[in-house]
Design a binder for this molecule. Structure first.
Ligand code: GAL
Length: 765
């Protein structure tokens, strides 16, 4: 369905999909309510002073849902100046009667890059920063009975006063209110934050300190307040603890202590067990405010013997991730953010990700907790350090990042240095002090690219793009980037390059595995990403990913994937496509990434080669790549069959067609159930394959899409495959129902995917 057609009919649909109010359902007059404010925004790409006033008629503005990008752009080859403008977002709302008497806050999770916020024409303030959350209190300016209008002027230019800007950076930031917004209704004294700190987790009887941060009028606590913390495993209550609060000055925090918890399962990579901590603030015995966080019990430290999780050394094998996507920049909803964590953990089998180079979506981090993917999270910045005011913003970013994310068990290291910046003793003394003061439970790192740079952090974290890597120069040592720009590789590159790209990743990990003092390495990078004109391949893309920008694999992805235990998945990924004349050396060095013990290769049914893992070159890898010579096929060309063996048993077979014919159009959605909230989205992969499912890398067919039902396409239509593959995203409207996506190839016919769009449950104000 076309967006404009949908917008014409949308009013009645919205009313129909509203659900019962959680506010109305609350019995306690002061219990907290958080209502999503993602839907029903009005947006104009042109900012005028009138558009910020209360009485302005915004009926002709676009109607949009968050996450929103201020401009959709081509997936490559565009001018990044196009999205650098000032826009206006407006949102009308009425305060539900039951909320009267409460304090009201608006919480923005991420707006690129600077926001000036108005309520009913009164300026509440401005916030500089695109990656960190901010809030404003609305209470004083609220119209309790009538229509309220929140207006946000969003400056998406690259302002030199805001990190990462001041100099050109190697990525794009895009624009708009690209993360969620909510309204929060709380009691006058309320829980501002919670930091749960598991202790003694390896003793078998962990303890838990729950630090509660309260806010109150005049920084005073009234009489009769008490805090209670309850620890839950799902819905099952495990333990509670409580403490009375003294009237008087507001303490910085109050710690609720759980001693000796029995039967706690630890959070680890295979079983990332999560618990909930629910904190209730009561007044004279009645609930007054409440909030909760998800936590995990684990002990994570960088040691001179490597990275230790729950007392066990784990070699870190990871990739850097940018959170940008084709066409919509950073404006992707929870489901799509979470999918990236799934891809990193379950498809690429990595155990750590670095959120290069900024705090990323909370949904992504939630998914890292759920999948058991460790995280190095860092502050926004890239090489450039600005003036004192800029540094103040950066130090403030340290606090916002940590205070937002300190309960994620997946996060094991805070990056508190601007990526690859020069030394600045005073500045980095302050960022480290800020991190340590807020979070005594985690070490800091600071990503640098010079071995001799000053180390003020706990862990020496370095981008070393050389091979071989330099020896560790510090007992706590982690490589945070390698390969990247030294070997950009596209899905359409020739097979020698794709193979070398794969082997370079393997060689680095082999070296990292050779010395316990390397905690491991995080390669540059997971996914190709959009960038400025002076970086990348000249089409606004850095082709540095082991996957393309659509999150589809290049052969190097096969190396990462093959490093998992075969009990998790038996992997066999050729680093080539099967075509007689496409290798200058006629396949005398065919590389296969696999966790098998032995491989057999057959061409047209005839055994032509056998291979064991290449331990000569990759002595330190548990699952070295295989190299085989397939050159002796003696005119016996045909399909290639590769068999993988473990313990003498055939465990996997891979077939690759020798026909050289595009046989199939494949259309595969990450999920077929979506929510009708106007923002939910899923990727739909499209590829052309041979008869066995192998991508035909030179298919550049133009695929035509048609959507029947209430959803829209994020992507080009027609969309030309790149490297035989690609993807579009389907985004819902605020309407439930059935959707069919049809994709038509010029010769291979049509494929369809059906989606069920379920009613949204979020509250509409
Ligand atoms: C690094 C930088 C990354 C990216 C990479 C490309 O120097 O930290 O952001 O630009 O190079 O290989």
């Amino acid at each position: 369905m076309d967006r404009r057609d949908f917008m014409k009919t949308t009013g009645t649909l919205l009313a129909a999909s509203a659900v019962a109010s959680p506010l109305a359902a609350e019995a306690a007059p002061h219990a907290r309510a958080v209502l999503s404010l993602n839907r029903r925004w009005r947006y104009s790409p042109k900012a005028t002073p009138e558009a910020l006033t209360r009485s302005f008629d915004d009926s002709r503005f676009d109607r949009v849902t968050l996450p929103h990008t201020n401009l959709r752009v081509p997936w490559h080859g565009f001018d990044e100046k196009s999205y650098q403008f000032v826009s206006v977002y407006r949102r009308h709302f009425k305060v539900p009667a039951v909320a009267h008497g409460r304090r009201i806050f608006v919480d923005f999770e991420g707006v690129m890059t600077a926001s000036t916020v108005y309520l009913n024409g009164t300026k509440l303030g401005a916030y500089r920063g695109g990656y960190t959350p901010f809030s404003f209190e609305l209470t004083e300016h609220i119209d309790w009975a009538g229509d309220n209008v929140l207006a946000v002027e969003v400056d998406s230019t690259e302002r030199a006063d805001i990190p990462p800007f001041g100099h050109e950076v190697d990525y794009l930031t895009f624009g708009g209110i690209y993360r969620e917004v909510s309204l929060r209704f709380v009691a006058p004294t309320y829980i501002e934050n919670i930091f749960a700190q598991p202790k003694q987790v390896l003793t078998g009887a962990p303890q838990l300190d729950v630090l509660c941060f309260l806010e109150s009028p005049d920084k005073k606590l009234e009489a009769g307040l008490a805090l209670e913390a309850a620890l839950y495993d799902g819905e099952k209550l495990i333990a509670t603890t409580e403490q009375k609060l003294e009237a008087g000055a507001l303490p910085e925090s109050t710690t609720l202590h759980f001693a000796k918890l029995d039967g706690i399962a630890l959070w680890d990579l295979q079983t990332p067990k999560l618990y909930r901590v629910v904190v209730t603030l009561s007044k004279n015995g009645r609930a007054y405010d409440n909030d909760e966080r998800r936590i995990g019990f684990r002990e994570a430290t960088f040691t001179p013997q490597g990275f230790s999780l729950n007392g066990k050394i784990i070699k870190l094998r990871g990739l850097d991730r940018h959170q940008t996507f084709p066409w919509v920049g950073q404006a992707m909803p929870a489901r799509v953010q979470k999918r990236d964590a799934f891809i990193l953990r379950k498809r690429l089998k990595t155990n750590i990700v670095r959120t290069s180079h900024y705090p990323q979506s909370r949904h992504f981090l939630d998914a890292c907790d759920e999948y058991g993917l460790l995280v190095l999270e860092e502050i926004p910045g890239w090489q450039h350090i600005g003036d004192e005011a800029w540094k103040q913003v950066s130090i403030d970013n340290v606090g916002r990042m940590i205070r937002r994310d300190w309960n994620h068990p997946s996060i094991v290291l805070w990056g508190v240095r601007i990526n690859e910046s020069h030394d600045d003793h005073d500045f980095y003394t302050r960022t480290n002090a800020a991190a340590h003061a807020l979070d005594p439970t985690r070490q800091t790192g600071g990503i640098r690219n010079k071995y001799g740079s000053e180390l003020l952090e706990d862990v020496f974290t370095i981008n070393d793009f050389g091979f071989p890597l330099r020896a560790p120069n510090h007992p706590l040592y982690l490589n945070t980037e390698f390969i990247g720009h030294t070997y950009p590789t596209k899905t359409i590159d020739n097979v020698e390059r794709l193979r070398e790209h794969t082997l370079r990743h393997a060689r680095i990990h082999n070296q990292l595995a050779s010395n316990a003092q390397y905690a491991g390495g995080i390669g540059w990078c997971a996914f190709d990403y959009n960038t400025h004109g002076n970086f990348g391949s000249g089409d606004r893309i850095c082709y540095h990913g082991v996957m393309d920008i659509f999150r589809e694999p290049k052969p190097a992805a096969g190396f990462y994937r093959s490093q998992c235990d075969p009990s998790e998945e038996v992997v066999l990924e050729p680093a080539f496509h099967w075509a007689l004349g496409d290798q200058s050396t006629k396949f005398d060095e065919a590389v296969v990434c696999s966790n098998c013990e032995h491989l057999k290769f057959y061409i047209a049914g005839k055994l032509v080669a056998e291979a064991d893992p290449n331990r000569a070159e990759f002595a330190h890898l548990k699952y070295p790549p295989f190299t085989a010579s397939l050159a002796k096929f003696d005119d016996n060309w045909g399909d290639l069959k590769i068999e993988g063996y473990i313990g003498g048993k055939l465990v996997i077979t891979r077939l690759m067609s020798g026909d050289g014919v595009d046989r199939r159009l494949v259309l595969a959605a990450d999920t077929t159930r979506l929510i009708a909230d106007g923002a939910d989205a899923t990727r739909v992969v499209v590829r052309v394959t041979d008869e066995f499912g192998n991508v035909r890398p030179f298919s550049d067919a133009a695929i035509r899409f048609e959507i029947v039902g209430p959803a829209e396409l994020i992507g080009d239509n027609p969309f030309t495959l790149a490297g035989g593959q690609g993807a579009v995203w389907i985004r819902t409207f605020e309407m439930s129902g059935e959707v069919e996506l049809r994709a038509t190839h010029p010769y291979l016919g049509m494929q369809r995917v059906h989606f069920e769009i379920q009613p949204a449950k979020d509250e509409l104000l």
